[in-house]
Ligand binder design. Structure first.
Ligand code: G6P
Ligand code: MG
Length: 222
């Protein structure tokens, strides 16, 4: 019998976990916010991580209590996205965070399935540019979900595509909303970033490439 907590699948967020596109999202949102006369700080930006495009815009507008008609919000969100896509299209495969590809290969050697769960509608473009689209056994992106993180929908869907029950899944997340979503899905979670921000995760490491099989085994026994 397999113990309840053995890890059989690892599900990776994309932006800020596999590559530093989280920074590109920040630059594009900051530029849009500046045009609206809003100063978007790094602290404010933490709340945008893992959150859908329109929900992110809403958070920014709420910083100044601005309310706008839907069409205008869509126009602004599209503008931000075109700047973001400009950054992304200049990316090369060597921008993948150090050690991430090796980690995925190590996990596969342990018969661990690999999933991607990103709220971004640009996720497939990003993994194509990084030349890693064939590394994943299942991919869920922002075009396939109704609710963005912290709702667990994205991780539940990824687990079902992988054919692995949530309790056997381990999520890698850099967003507070993403950690909450993973835990709400009944999964274990590795926070990538600072323990202040991601303290609810089972463990927090500063970089994805620092994770190793020994840590995986520890998480499988607690
Ligand atoms: C990810 C990022 C968010 C971003 C969201 C939607 O979750 O962490 O910062 O807002 O995807 O991305 P998109 O590329 O669809 O605008
Ligand atoms: Mg992220």
């Amino acid at each position: 019998m397999i113990a309840n907590n053995v890890i059989k699948a690892c599900i990776f967020d994309l932006d800020g976990v596999i590559v530093d596109t989280a920074h590109y999202h920040f630059l594009a949102w900051k530029r849009l916010a500046n045009e609206l006369g809003i100063d978007l700080t790094i602290e404010d930006n933490e709340r945008l991580k893992g959150v859908s495009r329109l929900d992110s815009l809403e958070i920014i507008l709420n910083l100044r209590g601005i309310s706008l008609p839907t069409e205008e919000k869509e126009r602004l969100a599209n503008k931000k996205n075109s700047w973001f896509v400009d950054y992304v299209l200049r990316m090369s495969p060597d921008e993948i965070f150090p050690g991430v590809k090796q980690l995925i290969h190590e996990l596969k050697k342990q018969n661990i399935k690999i999933g991607l769960a990103s709220s971004s509608k640009n996720a497939k473009t990003v993994i194509h540019l990084l030349q890693i689209e064939n590394e994943f056994d299942a991919i869920v992106d922002g075009t396939m979900i109704r609710y963005s993180k912290p709702d667990p929908e994205i991780f539940i869907l990824a687990a079902s595509k992988l054919g692995v029950e949530p309790q056997h899944c381990l999520v890698f997340e850099d967003a507070e909303a993403g950690v909450e979503a993973a835990l709400a899905a009944g999964m274990k979670c590795v926070g990538i970033g600072s323990a202040n921000q991601l303290g609810k995760a089972d463990i927090v490491i500063s970089k994805t490439g620092e994770f190793n099989i020994a840590t995986l085994q520890q998480l499988s026994t607690v």
